[in-house]
Design a protein around this ligand. Structure first.
Ligand code: DP6
Length: 329
């Protein structure tokens, strides 16, 4: 059932066990599994409308016609959907990110999970959550997890069918996002992952360590201790940044300010607060804490960056024109 239009909303996610490295880039299979929390903030809203008379796809991002790599990735993704649907139709894709792009929070995870839901509906595909996760993965690995509500585990898998995310039970937690202004544009995750696998002498150890960390995190999520989850997440995040720094030429995503935030979080812990830091491929830091302590943690870190408390949110889902209008107007 499709009238050639699909509209969806999705949110970024923050990995507590990181995805860093692919075993198969063509199929976007990761070297190891990962676990993340999908946000309830910084939505991406995407509308895909088929145009059987058009000669090419068009892509609009935050009110501007997109070109270059951003548009090419959307078109390549639509090609996958067209192949699944047996369609030749071109499409007009319009996307709005609520996250401030300049702050480095606009995410490929929210972007490709929203596009997976919107495009599959526009092309008349009826996909369940696992199938949507597999599809989103083809656009950006981390997008596989933003299809899932709240906490998600992405099973690495050996094949396309086995590599998807699904929900995992965990205690109710919050993340305090501390946004640090990026002075210069960093190397993309995709490129940096390639360089890590190709040049770091520690890459094999990193993959083994991530597999072990995933098992420990699954157990910690089940037994319910936020401190245990946080301890595992912070150590793992620093190990990811260590392996990234060990590439040739090296890449450093954490800035002096990021390190200051990690230190401030350690001081909060010394004072008895539940607070554990993590960071993805950029200088912004996310601090894992309990719902009861989130406002106090945000207050304590407010001098170091722009703080925002985010909670577990919905996985990518279809929305109607009416709901989408507020984002597009
Ligand atoms: C550091 O999903 O952006 O955020 O699959 O090449 O599109 P591609 O990479 P991407 O990488 C995310 C890396 C990370 C860790 C994580 O989200 O697990």
């Amino acid at each position: 059932m499709s009238n050639g239009v699909g509209i969806a909303r999705a949110y970024p996610n923050m990995a507590l066990v990181k995805y860093w490295g692919k075993r198969d880039e063509a199929m976007m299979l990761p070297a190891a599994g990962s676990i993340s929390m999908t946000f309830d903030t910084y939505a991406t809203t995407t509308r895909v409308e088929l145009d059987p008379t058009a000669q090419s796809d068009t892509v609009e991002l935050n009110g501007q016609v997109a070109g270059g790599d951003a548009a090419a990735r959307v078109v390549a993704f639509l090609d996958i959907v067209r192949e699944m649907a047996g369609s030749q139709s071109r499409a007009h894709t319009v996307t709005v990110n609520e996250a401030p792009t300049a702050a480095g929070l606009a995410s490929s995870a929210s972007g490709f999970s929203a596009l997976a839901v919107a495009a599959s509906r526009a092309y008349g595909l009826d996909l369940d959550q696992a199938a949507l996760s597999r599809l989103a993965r083809r656009g950006s690995g981390s997008a596989a997890r933003s299809v899932v509500d709240g906490m998600a585990i992405w099973h690495a898998g050996d094949t396309d069918v086995e590599s998807f995310a699904e929900p995992i039970d965990a205690p109710d937690m919050r993340l305090v996002i501390v946004t640090v202004n990026a002075a210069q544009k960093a190397v993309s995750s995709r490129e940096a992952m390639r360089r890590t696998a190709a040049t770091s002498p520690f890459y094999g150890e990193w993959v083994t360590c991530t597999e072990e960390t995933l098992e420990r995190m699954v157990a910690a999520c089940a037994s319910g201790g936020v401190d245990e989850i946080g301890r595992i997440a912070e150590t793992h995040a620093l190990r990811m940044h260590a392996v990234i720094q060990s590439c040739d030429p090296p890449i450093r995503y954490l800035s002096p300010r990021s390190h200051e935030i990690f230190d401030a979080v350690a001081a909060l812990r010394d004072a008895g607060t539940t607070a554990w830091a993590t960071a993805d491929a950029g200088p912004n830091v996310a601090v894992l804490t309990t719902p009861a302590e989130a406002d106090a943690v945000a207050g304590a870190l407010a001098d170091l960056g722009t703080v925002r408390v985010v909670g577990p949110g919905h996985g990518a889902r279809a929305i109607d024109e009416e709901t989408a209008r507020a984002a597009f107007d």
